[in-house]
Design a protein around this ligand. Structure first.
Ligand SMILES: *Cc1c(COP(=O)(O)O)cnc(C)c1O
Length: 377
């Protein structure tokens, strides 16, 4: 059995090495390292895949969120509703832009922002909601979009962990996570469902004028070179990364299927263990399984993680400290937020190895060792 990785990028690369190597060499030969043709090609292919009119590539997922918030003309002090149970990037950009993060609790089943808690947190200063499709499970967008419409709020979807996840509306319409709100943001960090070989990100919207503005902000606020109409930033997707992503995009559905197959196998193996709750799958979504995250009850979670490590099995806690309890958010009233579900999850979740190259013998070993620990063997 090969060594078990949390994410196995090497084996995935080996399978597409011929195509990737050629694409990278082509970029080197063209020497169009910035804004080369692959950047436009990938952007339009991604727009097709994502089901959106415009895709604006950028340097990383954090920039995508920042540029989205800049483009919506949010003013210092405006309130942005966000989960605390997420990666720091989601909440960090809110603070960076001097907006006010309003942390709300998540649903214990979906791990995503709880629409009822959003309603309670809305004030006259609320301007936007940032749902995060955490671990690849879509947030309850239909309810979130209805709240946003009622209160005239923007919706910025953090789709960094859910590229390819689908959302089914009650009228049967199916669309991709990240294509549903005002703006969708994603990351191509190597370990994400659609990952490049460095940093990368993208922003999606169906709004023409917003697309133009997003594009300008990502490019120093200019449309015509050296004429700067607004304050922007410098956030580009490298041509080499775009060329790699264009190849990997063709495999994304098959990658997500491999993740789902691995999740199915874990689910089946853990279903009779009372201390384990396997990831919930809401009927409205097709999960992208960026992570496979268990909830444990009556198990020493950190002890399990350490035990697995001694057996050569990596595991991760996403996330040990939620945003509102981070030192960085002390000055934003972080600790004043009362988020019992978030705190509860923080001490009970554990993510097991999940990627496209996970083999049955590896999973059998992981499952057996998890059971051994729980049964005190
Ligand atoms: C990875 C991630 C980001 C940030 O993406 P980067 O490309 O690393 O900047 C934002 N939000 C979530 C939920 C993420 O998982």
């Amino acid at each position: 059995m090969d060594a078990i990785q949390m994410v196995d990028l090497k084996k995935q690369y080996q399978k597409i090495k011929g195509d990737v190597d050629k694409a990278v060499l082509d970029v080197l030969a063209s020497s169009a390292f910035i804004n080369g043709k692959p950047v436009q090609d990938f952007s339009s292919n991604l727009a097709k895949y994502w089901g959106v009119k415009h895709v604006i590539p950028c340097a990383n997922g954090t920039d995508a969120l920042q540029i989205a918030m800049m483009a919506l003309d949010l003013q210092p002090g405006d309130e942005v509703i966000t989960p605390s149970f997420t990666y720091i990037a989601t909440t960090e950009v809110v603070a960076l832009l001097k907006l006010k993060p309003v942390f709300v609790d998540v649903d214990p089943e979906t791990f995503c922002i709880d629409p009822q808690e959003i309603e309670k947190a809305i004030t006259p200063n609320t301007k936007a909601i940032v749902p995060v499709h955490l671990y690849g499970h879509a947030a309850p967008m239909e309810e979130i979009l209805a709240i946003a419409e009622k209160h005239n709020l923007f919706v910025i979807e953090d789709t960094a962990q859910a590229m390819g996840a689908e959302y089914k509306f009650s009228d049967g319409r199916i669309a991709k996570a990240g294509s549903l709100g005002t703006i969708g943001c994603t990351s191509f960090f190597p370990s994400k469902n659609l990952g490049c070989y460095g940093d990368g990100g993208a922003i999606a919207t169906n709004d023409d004028s917003l697309a133009e503005k997003l594009r300008m902000i990502a490019n120093h606020g200019q449309k015509v070179r050296y004429y700067h109409d607004m304050i922007g930033c410098n956030s580009r997707l490298d041509t080499i990364q775009a060329a790699i992503l264009d190849i990997k995009l063709r495999h994304l559905d098959e990658y997500n299927k491999a993740r789902t197959d691995a999740a199915d196998y874990y689910d089946e193996s853990f279903k009779d263990i009372p201390q384990i709750t396997v990831p919930f799958r809401a009927p409205y979504t097709r999960h992208a399984f960026h992570q496979y995250t268990l909830k444990l009850e009556g198990v020493d979670r950190d002890g399990l993680s350490q035990y697995l490590a001694t057996k050569g099995i990596p595991s991760m806690i996403y996330y040990p400290v939620p945003s509102h309890r981070q030192k960085a958010f002390e000055n934003f009233g972080g600790a004043s937020f009362d988020l019992p579900v978030t705190d509860w999850l923080t001490s009970r979740v554990i993510s097991l190895p999940m990627h496209t190259e996970l083999w049955k013998d590896q999973q059998d070993f992981i499952i057996e060792e998890v059971k051994n620990f729980i049964n005190g063997l």
